[in-house]
Design a protein around this ligand. Sequence first.
Ligand SMILES: Nc1ncnc2c1ncn2[C@@H]1O[C@H](COP(=O)(O)OP(=O)(O)OP(=O)(O)O)[C@@H](O)[C@H]1O
Ligand SMILES: [Mg+2]
Length: 269
Amino acid sequence: MPDPTRPEGPKIIAIANQKGGVGKTTTTINLAAALAETGARVLIVDLDPQGNASTGLGLEVAARRVTVYDLLLEEAPLGEVIQPTMQDGLSIIPSTVDLSSADIELISNEKRSFLLHDALRQPAMDAYAFDYVLIDCPPSLNLLTVNAMVAAHSVLVPLQSEFFALEGLSQLLLTIREIRQTANPALRIEGVVLTMFDSRNNLSTQVEQDARDNLGELVFRTRIPRNVRVSEAPSYAMSVLRYDPLSKGAQAYRDLAQELIENTARIAA
Ligand SMILES: Nc1ncnc2c1ncn2[C@@H]1O[C@H](COP(=O)(O)OP(=O)(O)OP(=O)(O)O)[C@@H](O)[C@H]1O
Ligand SMILES: [Mg+2]
C-alpha cells in the first residue's frame, strides 16, 4: 500500500543484460543525462564492481570513499553515498571493485535480494525528490542484478546490433519472469533498445528485424547509432550530451528519453 504521507518516489529502472559490452553503462549515463536535461532529478546507482559509470562521470577512485557496497552491506546513510556530478540534476551512488565480493557476502544475508530495494525506499530518499533512478547492472545475472530487478519498477535492456545479440535474451527474460513470480510481481519490461546501430551494416538491420519480429512493441523506436563521440565522452568524464551536444549519439539519447517519458505517461493514463 502506498503511504499517503510520503511522496510517490522516483521511477526506478534497472539497465540490464548479462552479455558484456552491449552498452549498459553508456545507456545509463546518457539516458540519465538526457532525462536530467529535461529538468528531471536523476540518480544513477552504479551496481557494477567495474565502476565504469562512476569513472565515466568523473568520480576519481579516491573520491569514492563511501560506495554502493556500504549502502547495501554497512547501512551507510544516503547523505554519504549520493554524490553530485558535474551535470545539474544528475547524482550518482558510485561503486568500486569492493563490490565484487558483495555477491558472495550477500548469500548468507536473509534479506539478500531486497537490500537495494530497502535502501532506495528509506524515508531519507524523499528529501532528494528524485524523478528517476537508473541502475547500471553488471554483465551477469548474479545477486547484484537480482537486487536491481527487485528494487526496480522496470528493466531496460540494451541490445547490441550484432550477431548473437538475441542469444541470452531468453535467459534474461526468464530471470525477469522469476523475479515477477517471487519478489517483485509489478516488474515491467521498459523496453529493448538497439545500441551501436549501423544502418549501412546488413547485420544491424537483420538484428533489428529479428528483435522487432520477436519482441514487437517492446523494442524502442529509437535506435542508438554507433558514434565515435559516444565512445570518447567517458574519457572526458562527461556524458555525450555535454561532450558533443549536437552529435548523432547525443540526439539519439535525447530521443530515447522522450520515448521513455511518453511511454511512462501512456502507462499512467
Ligand atoms: N553508441 C555507441 N557508439 C560507439 N561506441 C559505443 C556506443 N555504445 C557503447 N559504445 C562502446 O562500447 C563499449 C561497451 O559499452 P558499455 O561499457 O556501455 O557496455 P556495458 O554493457 O556496460 O559493458 P559491461 O558489460 O562490461 O558493463 C564501450 O567501449 C563504449 O564506449
Ligand atoms: Mg557496464
